[in-house]
Design a protein around this ligand. Structure first.
Ligand code: UFG
Length: 337
C-alpha cells in the first residue's frame, strides 16, 4: 500500500510515520513544508527504514495535483495544519486558509487521483464549551468557540460531503484530545525518545511544565483558577502520542472494510492543570514555581473524551494510559532538545 502523510515531520505526524515504518510494509511518503515540522525529525525517521520525503506547501495547488496524479496513493493521512488555539483567535484567516482551504484542495486532488482512504486529524476543539462537565461523545453538538476548531469542523463537513458524492472515497475523522508524551524507545532499560514535541513557540501545557522543571523557564503560568472544576483550573484528557498514533494504524484496517466514521481519541479521563503540575513534580522530583494568571482566550473548562466508540469499533487498545509515563517521556525528550 502507498501512503501519503502530510505534516509527517510534525509532532503527531512523525509518530505515525515512525509506527508505519516499524509496524507495516507500506510505502511511505511524507509531504511537509517544514514550517513547524523539522528536517532533523525526518533524518531520525530515515534511520528506521527508507521512505520518500517531499518539501512542499499544500497551498501549491497545481503541484499538489500533479504530485498526487503521478503517485496514485492508496491512502492519505492528513496532519498538515496550524493548531494553536490562541493564535487562531488573533489570526483566523491564517487558520481558514491553511486548515480548510488547503484541505479542500487536497481532498479534491485525492479523489481525482483515485485515493480511496483518507484519515483526517481533527480536534476536540470542534465541541466548544460543553455545558456540563461530562465526557464527550461523538454525537454531541459541535459548537467551536475558536477559529481553529471551526477550521477543522468545516474540513470535517467538506470531507463528509465529498465522500457522499464519491462513495468509494472513505474517511476516518479522529478528534484528538490533548496529545502529549514522546517516542517510547528504550535503549537497554532507559527510556530515550528519538522524536517528540518541539513547537516554537511552545504553548502546550506538558512541555511547558517540563521546560519549567528543567529550568528553561522561570515559572509556569496557570491560566485561570476560577473555572467550574473541582480545583478551578481547566480539565483536559491527556493521551499519549504513541497510543494516538497507533489508532491511525488501526484506522487503515478499518477503512479496508469500506466504512467511514468519526472517532474521539482520548482516554476518557481528565486531569486539571494543577494535577498535571503535581504529576510532573512527583515524577521527576524537581520543584518549580507556578503562578495563577488570567484565563487564556478560547480555553474551555472541561474537555474529556468518551472513547467507547473507537475502543469498541476498532481493535485499538491503549498501552500508555498512564500520566506518569506521559510526563516521564515528555521529560526525557525535553532533555534532548
Ligand atoms: N495551560 C496553562 N498554562 C500554560 C499552558 C496551558 O495553564 O502555560 C492550560 C490551558 O489553559 C489549558 C490546558 O493547560 O487549560 C491545556 O492547554 P494546551 O495548550 O496544552 O492545550 P489545549 O487544551 O489548549 O489544546 C490542545 C490542542 C488543541 C486541541 C485541544 C483538545 O492544542 O489542538 O487540546 O483538547 F483542540
Amino acid at each position: 500500500m502507498k501512503i501519503l502523510i502530510t505534516g509527517g515531520a510534525g509532532y503527531i505526524g512523525s509518530h505515525v510515520v515512525k509506527q508505519l515504518l516499524e509496524l507495516s510494509s507500506c510505502e511511505v511518503t511524507v509531504l511537509d513544508n517544514l514550517s513547524t515540522g523539522n528536517k532533523a525529525t525526518i533524518n531520525t525517521l530515515e534511520k528506521i527504514r527508507d521512505f520518500n520525503f517531499l518539501q512542499l506547501d499544500l497551498k501549491e495547488f497545481d503541484k499538489i495535483n500533479q504530485f498526487l496524479t503521478e503517485e496514485k496513493f492508496d491512502a492519505i493521512i492528513h496532519f498538515a495544519a496550524y493548531s494553536i488555539v490562541s493564535e487562531s483567535m488573533q489570526n483566523p484567516l491564517k487558520y481558514y486558509l491553511n486548515n480548510t482551504v488547503n484541505t479542500t484542495n487536497l481532498i479534491e486532488c485525492a479523489i481525482k487521483s483515485g485515493v480511496k482512504k483518507f484519515i483526517f486529524s481533527s480536534t476536540a476543539a470542534v465541541y466548544g464549551d460543553v455545558q456540563e462537565n461530562v465526557n464527550i461523545k461523538e454525537t454531541f453538538a459541535t459548537n467551536p468557540i475558536n477559529p481553529y476548531g471551526m477550521s477543522k469542523l468545516m474540513s470535517e463537513k467538506i470531507l463528509q460531503d465529498a465522500s457522499k458524492n464519491f462513495p468509494d472515497f472513505k474517511y476516518v475523522i479522529f478528534r484528538y484530545f490533548n496529545v502529549s508524551g514522546a517516542d517510547m524507545y528504550f535503549d537497554k532499560d532507559n527510556l530515550c525518545p528519538r522524536i517528540g514535541e518541539n513547537h516554537n513557540p511552545e504553548t502546550h501545557l506538558i512541555p511547558l511544565v517540563v521546560k519549567t522543571a528543567l529550568g528553561k523557564r522561570d515559572l509556569l503560568n496557570i491560566y485561570g483558577d476560577d473555572f467550574k472544576t473541582p480545583d478551578g483550573s481547566c480539565i483536559r484528557d491527556y493521551i499519549h502520542v504513541e497510543d494516538l498514533a497507533n489508532a491511525h494504524i488501526e484506522a487503515i484496517n478499518y477503512l479496508e472494510e469500506n466504512k467511514s466514521d468519526i472517532f474521539n481519541l482520548g482516554y476518557s479521563k481528565g486531569y486539571s492543570v494543577k494535577q498535571i503540575v503535581n504529576a510532573v513534580k512527583d515524577v521527576i522530583k524537581i520543584d518549580f514555581k507556578t503562578t495563577i494568571v488570567d484565563r487564556r482566550a478560547g480555553d474551555t473548562a472541561f474537555l474529556v473524551a468518551d472513547n467507547s466508540k473507537v475502543v469498541s469499533t476498532m481493535k485499538w487498545k491503549p498501552k500508555f494510559d498512564n500520566l506518569e509515563l506521559i510526563c516521564k517521556s515528555a521529560y526525557e525528550w525535553e532533555k534532548t532538545i
